[in-house]
Design a protein. Structure first.
Length: 292
């Protein structure tokens, strides 16, 4: 337990340091580092981490997505003269980013397929398509951290913190509710400790925290409180789906944890599995409904 607490504290300190420099290139670099570790853990799970062409291609694809976004948004600031505002100010920059990312994904996928053709007796199609899926899903989902922070030059940091909290508050609420009153198992074969009562507790906790946080930060209105409440509840549900999906992969592969980078917690995939699903969902909500 002590190891878990210390490891968690170190993680919080590192996250705090990154968030302190959120409006610089530090955030995209940190996100790229997280993606690199997550991809390595996932590729190792399907026993392809020793196949260097596939590993390097997937890692290059993962690292390029947030770094490219960070570089282009920084150039955009210099080019259009909006200090401190990192949104793409013209379609020209957005189009460039999408085109570059598309090209990088195609190139890296081509490397993966060529390697598969060369080693078709050693590598199975399930492994290949798993790698292709995660090298697209993980970078795009995690780069949403940068997208959220840079969608609003005044409230970007607050929105990013709330996006992350959408996953982690739900976990905390579900844990304590499950310990207190949990009786009915949610998915015993996938995650034996999760309960239906815990899920409901996590949903309610996140909904209430979101409603309070957005009302305090932006000022209370009934519409804002309702939208924030719904956003929190949906994020909690989506986060649970992400957590269970990652757990199911571990069960089928026979892993206990994806890694050991955080003693007592496992790997970064074990910590960010629900975040993978929650961040894009949160970003979609604030973009469509404007909870701010």
């Amino acid at each position: 337990m002590l190891t878990r607490i210390i490891s968690g504290a170190v993680g919080v300190v590192l996250l705090g340091a990154v968030l302190f420099f959120h409006d610089t290139i530090v955030l995209p670099i940190a996100v790229a580092a997280i993606i690199a570790v997550m991809l390595f853990e996932l590729i190792r799970a399907v026993k392809l981490h020793k196949c260097l062409p596939i590993l390097i291609a997937a890692e290059a694809c993962g690292i390029a997505v947030p770094i490219l976004y960070g570089v282009l948004t920084t150039i955009n600031v210099i080019g259009v003269g909006y200090p401190g505002h990192f949104e793409f100010k013209s379609w020209r920059y957005a189009d460039k980013y999408n085109l570059y990312v598309f090209g990088i994904i195609l190139l890296c996928a081509f490397v993966v397929f060529i390697t598969w053709l060369r080693k078709h007796k050693e590598i199975r199609y399930e492994q290949v398509f798993f790698v292709l899926a995660v090298m697209v899903l993980v970078p795009q989902a995690m780069t949403t951290m940068v997208r959220i922070e840079r969608c609003d030059h005044e409230s970007g940091l607050f929105l990013l913190i709330m996006g992350l909290c959408g996953a982690w508050i739900a976990d905390t609420g579900a844990y304590f509710t499950g310990v207190a009153i949990g009786k009915h198992k949610l998915c015993p074969e996938i995650s034996p400790k999760k309960t239906i009562e815990g899920l409901v507790g996590g949903i309610l906790t996140t909904a209430v925290v979101y409603a309070i946080a957005f009302s305090v930060y932006y000022g209370f209105t009934a519409k804002r409180a309702v939208i924030a409440c719904i956003t929190g509840a949906v994020c909690a549900i989506i986060g649970t789906v992400g957590d269970l999906s990652a757990s199911m992969v571990k069960r089928q592969i026979g892993f206990k944890d994806y890694g050991k980078i955080m003693p007592g917690h496992g790997g970064l995939m074990d910590r960010f599995d629900s975040v993978l699903f929650v961040l894009p969902t949160f970003y979609a909500f604030i973009a469509i409904f404007g909870v701010q």
